[in-house]
Design a protein around this ligand. Structure first.
Ligand code: ADP
Ligand code: NA
Length: 330
């Protein structure tokens, strides 16, 4: 079987450093060893309200972030989900395969729906079935994911297995996660126990990929920390989640180990460390920010790339969806 990767991010605005370190940067590295499909998942985005007048631009912003991070449309398929109707068709079939009990166990739904569960969209509840459809519509064998998506990928395997069993056909692979060591979980700058997220209402919680150098410096200066010094080893940061997070971001961006970062700044306070971190963040993000801005000035170009990618995705998925429909009896 071809080693094929599928991954995506939601076009809900505010593409951030967690998306870059937990996803995009990793995607770029996979392009030479896998057949890669990178999707802007606009159908996932509308599980919570999106302003229709803004959504197309948010799709372009996400595509620009992929491209600026190094996703190469000559090597990988890049498109937005709603162009390929097979995602919705397969998701419906999976709605009929997955069990309510399985979805009830998904922690992300509990987090996102919050206390007002009765008022969450049914789409938000069955979101993991659509994610399984995204992956299995192409028989993807591998999915690079941040820690936050591990549980959803396990559900994808459960759905593949149950479909194969119920219909007596070895149609879907059991997709494997690819989780890289550094950057798998970047936390909020305001609260080291919450992940950095597009949907966090606090602008200072998040490093956006389109922040300029001054904004980056200000956000890092204001990031929550403690008054203690940097220890010689990373395991001595236990119980200091904000400090751990900043050291982790430095390590991820420089490809150093957390231990090496601690060793370099041992005995320094966070005033000094934040200055060094700002330099590392600005140096790494500036070319991405610039390239995103350049691309976003030409929406017609981005749209043409997405259209081309959508046609490739359609062609790749059509025979797989035909086999699924045949197995189901359609
Ligand atoms: P968000 O949670 O910000 O809405 P998405 O759900 O669109 O982001 O996720 C897109 C990709 O970015 C996924 O692979 C996800 O695992 C990764 N990701 C999102 N937030 C983080 C984070 N804080 N740290 C590491 N990876 C992240
Ligand atoms: Na997410």
């Amino acid at each position: 079987m071809t080693n094929r990767v599928f991954s995506g991010a939601q076009p809900s605005g505010n593409m951030h450093l967690g998306n870059y370190l937990g996803a995009f940067r990793n995607w770029v590295r996979l392009q030479d060893s896998y057949e890669c499909i990178y999707c802007v998942v606009d159908m996932h985005a509308i599980t919570v309200w999106q302003d229709p007048a803004a959504l197309k631009d948010q799709v372009r912003e996400a595509a620009a972030a992929y491209l600026a991070s190094g996703v190469d449309p000559k090597k990988s398929i890049l498109f937005n989900q709603s162009r390929v109707p097979g995602h919705a068709e397969l998701a419906w079939i999976f709605n009929c395969v997955a069990r309510i009990g399985w979805l009830n166990r998904m922690t992300q739904f509990k987090d996102k729906a919050g206390k007002n569960r009765e008022n969450a969209s049914t789409g938000l509840f069955v979101y993991p079935n659509l994610m399984a459809a995204d992956i299995l519509l192409y028989k993807a064998t591998h999915v690079p994911v941040g820690e936050d998506q591990k549980q959803h990928l396990e559900l994808t395997r459960d759905i593949a297995q149950k479909f194969n069993n119920d219909y007596g056909i070895e149609l879907f692979p059991l997709t494997e996660p690819i989780i890289q060591a550094e950057g798998a979980r970047i936390m909020s700058l305001r609260d080291g126990t919450k992940k950095m997220s597009k949907s966090d209402p606090s602008e200072f919680s998040r490093i956006n990929l389109n922040d300029d150098a001054d904004t980056l410096a200000q956000k890092i200066r204001k990031a929550k920390t403690d008054a203690e010094l940097l220890p010689p080893k990373a395991d001595m940061l236990e119980g200091r989640p904000e400090a751990q997070n900043l050291v982790g971001i430095y390590a991820a961006l420089t490809d150093m180990s957390r231990d090496a970062v601690c060793a370099q700044y041992e005995g320094k306070g966070f005033g000094d460390f934040k200055k060094a971190l700002t330099e590392v963040v600005v140096t790494n993000l500036a070319p991405i920010t610039e390239e995103m801005a350049r691309l976003q000035k030409d929406p017609a170009y981005i749209d043409s790339l997405l259209k081309e990618g959508g046609e490739k995705a359609q062609a790749l998925s059509a025979p797989i969806l035909a086999d699924v429909k045949k197995a189901v009896g359609f």
